[in-house]
Design a binder for this molecule. Structure first.
Ligand code: TYM
Length: 351
């Protein structure tokens, strides 16, 4: 198993990132670590089972940005990931900018990716909006860099939220076409990566609008729970979350057409590991006046230890630099064989 995933270091790490992706990164890290230990104890080698997690700082320059803020956010997001449980001793944790092979492989894959494929990407349509002509070329080719991110390491599993599904399908298409066009069937250059999208919490919605994704770019901070929010802020945001006037239903079907209620129940379920049915058995017939404080408490219980660790870690600039430097050195080494194979397959002469 090669687990690879990334996050853009823009804005704050929020509950959507945590429940949709980061929590699963930590779980996969722990499972792989346990499997590796068992393998080594049995006399085998654990080389191939590895997790690589990275700050997608190269992706972050596809939108207008402030360089000083990007540098600070890259370090802060590193601290946030470690606070969530990513252990740099057991996972390779780095930022793309320190591993030039990501950009190199992107260029090589640009020859394989088709304009028509990129034209269908919904993220480009969403982010460029009405100003398509003014969008950066990087925003358009963004999914090719994302393909390079995972193909470089022969990723088998990519834990992401639902919004990244289309980008990963594209990564598979690119890998498949490259293998077909430039490699023999018995020696493919790239592994086809599988997305791992959690059954619960794959798409956490905004607290202000149950039809919009919880997002770092939403101008209203009340729309999201940040992992750095303190208990009072969390409680305030949950109590002010948009809801309808009806009490909670007793059956799952009763949540249909009630996106805000569904979102809050889904968050509760993801945090408490309970199914919607179980939650509605307890809260069905109750108003939000009872449900919201229970949800707020659950959030505080889960997030406070993370935010305490985050506040400590983010002060230690030297330790964060060292984590990224070490992770980048490991990533550079792991990527060498695949990058070389891609150059060779394309007939590019390199001494
Ligand atoms: P990003 O930085 O937007 O988000 C990081 C991860 O959080 C998930 N996520 C959510 N999950 C559930 N509900 C939400 N409201 C929510 N918001 C975000 C995302 O699905 C993602 O898993 N393009 C990627 C970063 C990237 C990447 C990669 C990911 C670059 N290269 C290679 C995987 C593999 C992005 O912008 O994620």
């Amino acid at each position: 198993m090669r687990v690879v995933s990334g996050i853009q270091p823009t804005g704050n790490l929020h509950l959507g990132n945590y429940l949709g992706a980061i929590r699963n990164w930590v779980q996969m890290q722990d499972e792989i670590d346990a499997a590796n230990r068992a393998q080594v104890a049995g006399g085998g080698s654990a080389d191939k089972n590895q997790c690589l997690f990275f700050l997608a700082d190269l992706h972050a320059i596809s939108m207008p940005h402030n360089p000083a803020e990007l540098a600070a956010a890259t370090l802060e997001m590193t601290a946030a990931l470690v606070a969530c449980g990513i252990d740099p001793q057991r996972s390779v944790l780095f930022n793309q900018a320190q591993v030039p092979a990501h950009s190199e492989l992107q260029w090589l894959l640009n020859g394989t990716a088709r304009m028509g494929w990129l034209n269908r990407m919904t993220q480009f349509k969403d982010k460029s909006g009405k100003n398509r002509e003014g969008a950066s070329v990087a925003l358009f080719t963004y999914p090719v860099l994302q393909a390079a991110d995972v193909l470089l390491y022969q990723a088998t599993h990519v834990p992401v939220g639902d919004d990244q599904k289309q980008h990963l399908e594209l990564a598979r298409d690119i890998a498949q076409k490259f293998n077909n066009d430039f490699a023999s069937e018995d020696a493919p250059v790239f592994t086809l990566p599988d997305p791992y999208i959690p059954p619960q919490a794959a798409r956490i919605m905004s607290l202000r609008d149950g039809t919009a994704k919880m997002s770092k770019s939403d101008p209203s901070d009340m729309s999201r729970i940040n992992l750095a929010d303190d208990a009072d802020e969390i409680m305030k945001k949950v109590k002010k979350a948009k809801t309808d006037p009806e009490p909670l239903p007793s059956e799952t079907a009763g949540l249909e057409g009630r996106p805000e209620a569904l979102n809050l129940v889904s968050i509760y379920g993801a945090l408490s590991n309970q199914s919607t049915e179980e939650i509605l058995r307890e809260f069905g017939g109750e108003g939000f006046g009872k449900f919201k404080p229970a949800l707020g408490e659950l959030l505080v219980e889960t997030l406070s230890p993370i935010s305490v660790r985050f506040r400590e870690l983010k002060q230690d600039r030297e330790a964060l630099d060292a984590i990224l430097a070490r992770g980048a050195a490991q990533a550079r080494e792991i990527g060498v064989p695949t990058l070389n194979a891609a150059y060779k397959a394309l007939g590019l002469v390199r001494g």
